[in-house]
Design a protein around this ligand. Sequence first.
Ligand code: C2E
Ligand code: MG
Ligand code: MG
Length: 343
Amino acid sequence: VAAHLADAICDSFGNPFRVSGRKVSLECSIGIVMSNEQSKTAEQMLKNADLALLSAKKNGRGDWRVFNAEMSREMKRRHKLENDLRVALAGNQFEAHFQPIVNVKEGRVSVCEALLRWKHPTNGYISPASFVPIAEELGLITDIGSWMLFEACTACASWPGGTRVAVNLSPIQFKHGDLAQTVKDALAHSGLEADRLELEITESLMLENVGQTIELLNQFNRMGVRISLDDFGTGYSSLSYMNELPLDKVKIDRSFILDLQANSNSLTLVQAVTALGQKLGLTVVVEGIETKEQLELLLLNTPIDEIQGYLFSKPVNGEAVRPLLDKRQIGNKSMLATLNSSR
Ligand code: C2E
Ligand code: MG
Ligand code: MG
């Protein structure tokens, strides 16, 4: 009966409403709870209905869900993760790992991207993809991000040959805290030259406060810090960003490399972005190169400047990255041969 009723309510939102002569489209999501062992008291029932509603919204909205025990287990896991994250920040459980990025023409590592790792005391290493969004929601990313800037700049200051470091920034860091001051402090504290720091931003940054964001980016630009547009080609890609933002670099997302051989459109897109990037004076990086075939295809068809991917190296800890920075030890021999033959 509840399901029928919920269907009928959701369906009734199918057509737009007329409000003061205007058409307004609305969607309705519904959480349903049945009284049983887990939902005995009114208070408990409301709480569980809320969880069911949350799940309905997560599944694309405009639909209904009936509460089940898994929903409350999921909520408990989430609360534990939130709590563990707070403890992690206080307890030095984060590590900076580094993934080398190779300059194609020079055949050597020009930059290393700093990537956050959480060494959980019982669950082992946890991927940033699974905890960064939660750290953003909790506002913890501001502190974690500052820690990362200091850590990355300090490591880079000890690297040979002018190798730079790239640090990922969350849009939240642009909204809260004094990012410009944090960057200045990290450079001053580590003694790193500003032009050896690259800040990686994503297009999602442009969803809010565009004017303020561009002002901050210009400030970095004036300091000599470089700006890269990360994950290019995912989400709201707008080519105009390549022109509007004070960028030095564009990183083409791994998803285009994944189906490079199967889908000729992907190669066409990489070619177009590379050509545009070069016209605008930007360095073009391709992320996620895993095979020699992908690299060959790219080198043959595009004038890319830098490459990043497991083919050369996975992200490694601060100690393991050092030997990779020496020109003579460009680890992967077959990759080096491919690079050499393309030059
Ligand atoms: P990203 O900035 O696009 O970083 C590149 C990601 O691709 C890294 O994943 C890297 O390990 C992975 N990758 C590189 N080459 C390959 C390859 O050949 N194959 C495959 N399968 N993967 C490759 P990771 O380290 O798991 O980081 C995921 C994302 O988490 C990052 O994507 C970035 O958005 C975010 N992140 C990492 N560290 C930080 C940080 O310090 N602050 C913030 N705000 N976000 C971070
Ligand atoms: Mg990145
Ligand atoms: Mg990326």
